[in-house]
Ligand binder design. Structure first.
Ligand code: ADE
Length: 229
């Protein structure tokens, strides 16, 4: 899967992907990440990309022409990408949306806004607006990286073990059950004996109960949206 990011800060996109699963997926050629500098499509001698808001108010707003030019340039060379604008006003990223995005071959075009906002007409240039949560970042770059990571780990061949995808939080619509490893007792706190029992059916049921109980207590909203418990 290809990721094409339109951004004023392409240099931000190197180190977050230089370790772990992302680095391996890149090395194996399962994903590619290309950045496209929005500044190259800026207007005039100063390659301006933003301007004052009509109607007044504080802050600057990204102009539509450079964004449109960048989107057109990427589309001309890489047709068929699903175009996403990162904005706090978009569809909230959830595991189910990440899974949908993972099926968007040949890949995603991620437009990272900056400044106080983007001209409303930029919305007409994309297929979807996505938010990574109800908080405000200074720009869409980190949000684009979150999308890239959440989507990449769902692609076939990226994680060694498909089962770990199925069991983890949200894959089942619930939070994950508590996990333990060695030592058996840590600072007076012991591993639940059932996990040492060797009874796999009992362990499976205990884990399911724990996941359900934990979800009820911490994230009851998940059970309302996804009443599988
Ligand atoms: N840009 C600024 N804040 C954002 C958020 N929460 N999600 C996506 N893009 C953003």
């Amino acid at each position: 899967m290809q990721f094409h990011v339109i951004t004023l800060f392409p240099e931000m996109f190197t180190s977050p992907f230089s370790g772990g699963i992302m680095a391996r997926a890149l090395n194996n050629g399962l994903v590619t990440i290309q950045t496209h500098n929005l500044r190259e499509h800026g207007l005039g001698r100063y390659r301006q990309v933003d301007d004052e808001p009509y109607g007044g108010g504080s802050g600057m707003v990204m102009r539509p022409e450079p964004v449109a030019a960048a989107i057109d340039a990427v589309t001309a060379r890489h047709p068929g990408l699903w175009r996403v604008l990162l904005t706090p006003q978009g569809d909230v990223l959830r595991q189910s949306l990440a899974a949908e995005l993972a099926r968007r071959e040949p890949g995603l075009m991620l437009v990272a806004g900056r400044y106080e906002g983007v001209d409303e007409r930029v919305r007409e240039l994309v297929d979807q607006e996505i938010s990574i949560g109800d908080f405000v970042l200074s720009g869409g770059e980190l949000a684009a990286m979150v999308v890239i990571e959440a989507v990449t780990r769902l692609l076939p061949g990226v994680l060694g073990n498909q089962a770990s995808l199925d069991e983890e939080s949200f894959g089942s619509g619930m939070l994950e059950y508590p996990q333990y490893t060695r030592p058996e007792v840590f600072r007076g706190s012991a591993v639940p004996p059932i996990l040492l029992s060797g009874d796999h059916e009992k362990i499976r049921r205990w884990r399911r109960e724990q996941a359900l109980e934990r979800t009820r207590r911490r994230r009851p909203d998940l059970l309302v949206k996804n009443p599988r418990g």
